[in-house]
Design a protein around this ligand. Structure first.
Ligand SMILES: O=C(O)CCC(=O)C(=O)O
Length: 290
């Protein structure tokens, strides 16, 4: 594979993405680069442990358990409802997430796809997928179903597992070549009560799906038309992941979803958001007129 001296995607990778609608970048981030994200996740897990202790639901905060086990063990003897009180996915404004969203390696990849004026979407999720919680599994959908009216095309998802993701703990599945589809008519999933947007079997087409097991720190890139899903976690640990989203700055910043930030600007590097801007949700860093 030809190396790209600028750090972004190679021609082969770009061709694959264009053709198949997704791309796997094995080991994009080092364990050191994942540390701040883990710190953000650990901070939330410790807060939840404190609540559960206070409510008398656990008598041990499982403080000595490894990162990939602690949250699962805290909820092992509790109910799905106990877990979902804290949300099926999290969007905390912790510096660790800003550091990840601003990682130059990720931005180089995104720049290869959409150019050097990059807006980091307010829609980013931490997914603490634990065993036995139905809301951890995500039905077939297009991300665009969550912002059907937005003038944003394409929104690029960068999906990063913080532990190895595989078929046992519920990795991503993707339908190749669906990235140019229009937005399909979706419904709210009813079986498990998650309310996720979902597609019916007869809308999925004949293309076989691909299962994408990847190691921690790898990245899976796809756009908001590409059909994807993930299966339940049948392991004993947590399938930790984050999904980040980026789009060109001249598109809808989707204020109804929250406040994003200017992650990279080749034209106006001085306007790129700092951690302080992001923590303060400063709107002037949402979009830069070109
Ligand atoms: O992480 C998952 O299990 C599902 C992710 C997903 O559906 C998304 O990022 O849009």
């Amino acid at each position: 594979m030809t190396e790209n001296v600028n750090g972004g995607l190679t021609k082969e990778q770009l061709d694959f993405y264009e053709r198949e609608g997704y791309l796997v970048l094995p080991s994009l981030l080092t364990p050191e680069e994942l540390e701040p994200t883990k710190e953000a996740m650990n901070a939330k897990v410790s807060m939840i442990a404190d609540h559960l202790l206070k409510d008398g639901l656990i008598d041990d905060p499982f403080i000595d358990r490894p990162f990939e086990k602690r949250l699962a063990e805290m909820f092992k003897d509790l109910t799905e409802e106990d877990f979902l009180k804290y949300g099926r996915s999290w969007r905390d404004r912790h510096p660790g997430y800003f550091q990840l969203m601003s990682n130059p390696k990720i931005l180089d990849v995104v720049e290869s796809l959409i150019g050097g004026e990059i807006f980091s979407s307010p829609v980013y999720n931490t997914r603490p997928k634990i065993p036995k919680v139905a809301a951890g599994a995500v039905p077939w959908h297009q991300d665009k179903s969550y912002w059907p009216g937005a003038n944003a095309n394409p929104v690029i998802t960068v999906w990063i597992p913080i532990v190895d993701a595989n078929e046992v703990n519920g990795c991503l599945h993707i339908k190749p070549k669906t990235h140019r589809k229009r937005l399909l008519e979706w419904h709210h999933e009813e079986l498990t009560g998650t309310g996720y947007t979902a597609l019916r079997e007869n809308q999925l087409g004949n293309t076989p799906s691909v299962v994408l097991p990847v190691t921690a720190g790898s990245a899976i890139i796809f756009n908001d038309r590409c059909l994807h899903m993930s299966t339940p976690n049948r392991s004993e640990g947590v399938r930790w992941s984050v999904d980040l989203r980026y789009q060109p700055t001249d598109q809808d910043p989707m204020l109804n979803q929250g406040v994003g930030f200017l992650a990279r600007s080749r034209k106006h590097p001085d306007r790129v958001a700092t951690l302080e801007d992001w923590l303060a949700k400063r709107p002037e860093h949402e979009e830069v007129p070109s």
